[in-house]
Ligand binder design. Structure first.
Ligand code: FES
Length: 236
């Protein structure tokens, strides 16, 4: 099949960008969009042209690197089938983020915000000698719908509240992580975590627009996690 890729091209952060159309012939419908971008880059390199910059690592929806806006929806290019896009597809970097180059967004602010919620297990007790920290099946089940997040930031960059307040609002991806660590039965810092989140901008800029749940390529619901944080705070 033939495919037209309309791709945002921007040679560096301080240069203006714009869409460029690239034609691909003989594309197998079994390819993912990420593989179609690889095929395009081989074509561009063989013609002496600059390849399209984009990030990827695992190629199977685990690392979260290849998130981009495909035909208006943020998702992972390696999970998007060419069969779903047909004909012409418009590809843009994650919206409302500074662009490093072409489809590579600058996520420095989002990573700083992630570090601020301390996304790791914090426990006052040492792990039992020679053993893992155990959870009951019920305690472990509470993390379902949370641990699967691959931190692709598709949700945060689809959220209007995050677009306009990303300097202070933590956004759905980071808040889902905050809830995930607070909900872990092995973590002893839930109160401290909730106290830090109880802020009119950091948390309460979520207005339950729910673009986050609609766009998440892993089918998660960050809005529900945010509601969980608000409810935990209200019940203390
Ligand atoms: Fe890892 Fe797509 S390359 S999620």
């Amino acid at each position: 099949m033939k495919l037209t890729l309309r791709i945002w091209r921007q040679s560096s952060a301080d240069q203006p960008g714009g869409y460029q159309s690239h034609q691909l012939e003989n594309v197998s419908p079994d390819l993912s969009l990420r593989e179609a971008l690889d095929q395009l880059n081989e074509q561009l390199i063989s013609c002496g042209e600059r390849p399209v910059s984009f990030e990827l690592d695992c190629r199977e929806g685990i690392c979260g690197s290849c998130s981009m806006n495909i035909d208006g929806t943020n998702t992972l290019a390696c999970l998007k089938s060419i069969d779903e896009v047909k004909g012409e597809v418009k590809i843009f970097p994650l919206p409302h983020m500074p662009v490093v180059k072409d489809l590579v967004p600058d996520l420095s602010n989002a990573y700083r915000q992630l570090a601020s919620i301390e996304p790791w297990l914090k426990s006052d007790k040492d792990a039992p000698e020679g053993e893992e920290r155990r959870q009951s099946p019920e305690e472990r089940e509470k993390l379902d719908g949370l641990w699967e997040c691959v931190l692709c930031f598709s949700c945060s960059t689809a959220c209007p509240s995050y677009w306009w307040n990303s300097d202070e609002y933590l956004g759905p991806a980071v808040l889902l992580q905050a809830y995930r660590w607070g909900a872990d039965s092995r973590d002893d810092s839930t109160d401290e975590r909730l106290y830090a989140l109880d802020d009119s901008f950091a948390l309460y800029r979520c207005h339950t627009i729910m673009n986050c749940a609609q766009t998440c390529p892993k089918g998660l619901n960050p809005g529900k996690a945010i509601a969980g944080i608000k409810s935990e705070i209200a019940s203390r």
